[in-house]
Each structure stands twice: as structure tokens, then as C-alpha cells.
Design a protein around this ligand. Sequence first.
Ligand code: ADP
Length: 316
Amino acid sequence: LGPTVCVGEILVEIVATTVGDGFLEAQPLVGPFASGAPAIFISQCGRMGGQAAMVGAVGDDDFGRVNTDRLKRDGVDISAISIDPAYPTGSAFVRYRKDGSRDFVYNIATSAAARFGWSRTVGDLIDRTGHLHVMGSALSVPSARAVIDRAVDIVKARGGTLSVDPNIRKELKLDEDTERRFSKLVAMADLLLPSGEELERAAGVEGEAEAIRRLFEIGVKEIVLKRGAGGASYFDSQGDRIDAPAFLVQEVDPTGAGDCFGGAYLTCRRLGMSPQQALTYASAAGARNVTLLGPMEGAGTRQELDAFIASTERRP
Ligand code: ADP
């Protein structure tokens, strides 16, 4: 029915190699790494062997080329990524604190990532899109939001499917309009991929069981709840549930695990695999990804995940 498409921010991430608070002193950094939650997700779709395409923008600079080269290598169609001649590629500097929380310095609002719009190339792609994946984070970028709104209607009208990763940082307070758009999107989702407390936020009610019940009531078809090292759980509207324990790995950098997990899960399902098999690949993609520094350096191709699954124990 056509490729999986993701619309949203493409960034480079630059990571501090020491743990501590913020960036007030000069310190060793590594990067640039290809990043942006939507880009990480769609790269994993490509690495799993699914048809995948990305809509977004980069600047005419090396940070942009780090991303487009990487997406292309992963098998993603990059023809609807525009190159902005006037604005640089977005960037995020990240440093982990001792307690596991992170400090960020972002350049998104004044980057190419915040300036792309609908074009003929985007329209042609959306007209043949089989599945659209929406990240909550993209909704707070007005340019991406406008493209997503239009794309959702077109894809749904021609019988395509939609997945939503709420992916909205807890600290981020949405304005009323964005909150309303977000709720509308959630209700249209064939697949919802929340992690932790995003489940309750998406449902607007407290308690896991209550949130799941509510989400099925408003029209969601399938939910996969991500629980970090605690694994993941699948729920469907028929009342089935499958719990997938996490793989036992040494966590180096948790960034991107959920996006790799989601890209792998969705692609496996679109390739016709059962929820159980999709959960295995997705859990492997998430776990393998946290073993290396950088938002998507660890998660592998389908062959690499097969080898990882065969050689890695599950957490008890
Ligand atoms: P998000 O990045 O969206 O918050 P999670 O952190 O829950 O998502 O990670 C997604 C999935 O990746 C988890 O459900 C789990 O399967 C896997 N994963 C994440 N962190 C680890 C870890 N430390 N060890 C093993 N698996 C992990």
C-alpha cells in the first residue's frame, strides 16, 4: 500500500562524554550524530527492510549531510527532505547528569527543521503513503505540524494507517490548540507507542488499565507500551496482552531506544509479522541501541538484530 512516512525534525546530536551539569565549562564532546526522533524512527524502518521515506529539512551544511547520508544508507527515501539554502541544520547538545536526567542546548526553532512546508514533492509522496508515523515532538514545531495535519487527512482518506508516539517531554507544556490536535491524532491512531507516563497523558486518565480501556474506547486499535529496561507490553482492542521482557544489556546511552523500538515494531507488523515476533525485534532494536553512545548508533539491521537475539539473554 506504499511506504511508511515520517514527518518532522532532523537534527544532529552532540553528546558530552563526561557526566555532570550542563555546558558552562569547556568539555569534551562527541558527534555529530544523526538524530531527531522522527529521523531515528524512520531509519530503523529502513534498516528492518521496510519501504520508508522522510519529510523534513536540513541546511546546506555538513550536519545536514551527516543525516541525509545516514538515512540513505539505511534505505530511506530522502527525496522529500529539502535542503534549506538559508538556515543551518538543527542541532541538540546533550549532557547526562549523575541522576540520569539530561541538560540540553537546542537549536531547532531557528534551523531548517522549523522551516519546511508542503511542496509538490511532499504531496506526491503523501499521495502514495501507506502508513504515516507521527511523533508528538513534531507537533510543537509549527511547520511540521501544518504538514502533518494535511498528510494525516490524505493518508487516512485513502485507507492508509497511522501510528503515534506521544513522545512529549513531561516538562513541555502544550498550548490548548496543540493539546487538542494531539488528542485528535491519538483517537485516529491504529497503533499508539507511548512510553511510561505518556500512556496516561495520551488517555487523559490515571492508572494503566484505565488509560488502556479509555484509549480503545476512543478508537485506538493497538497499543505497545514501552517500559525501558522493564520491557514492553502489547495490548489490542480484543483484550489480548503480550509482555515482552527486555534484553540484558549494559546501558551506555538511553537516547533513541523508543524510536528504534517503534520503527522496528511498526515495520515488522507492516511486513506481516505477528505482534509477538514484532515485539522481539523491537525489544532487540531498543536494547541494542542503548549499548552505544549516540541516538541511533547501536540499533542494527534485521540481520544484526537476528544475531543479537540469538546471543543475548532476557532480563529476569
Ligand atoms: P523511550 O525512549 O520512548 O522512553 P524506552 O526507554 O521505554 O522508550 O525504550 C524502548 C524499549 O527499548 C524498551 O521497551 C525496551 O524494550 C528497550 N530498552 C530501553 N532501555 C533498555 C535497557 N536499558 N535495557 C534493555 N532494553 C532497553
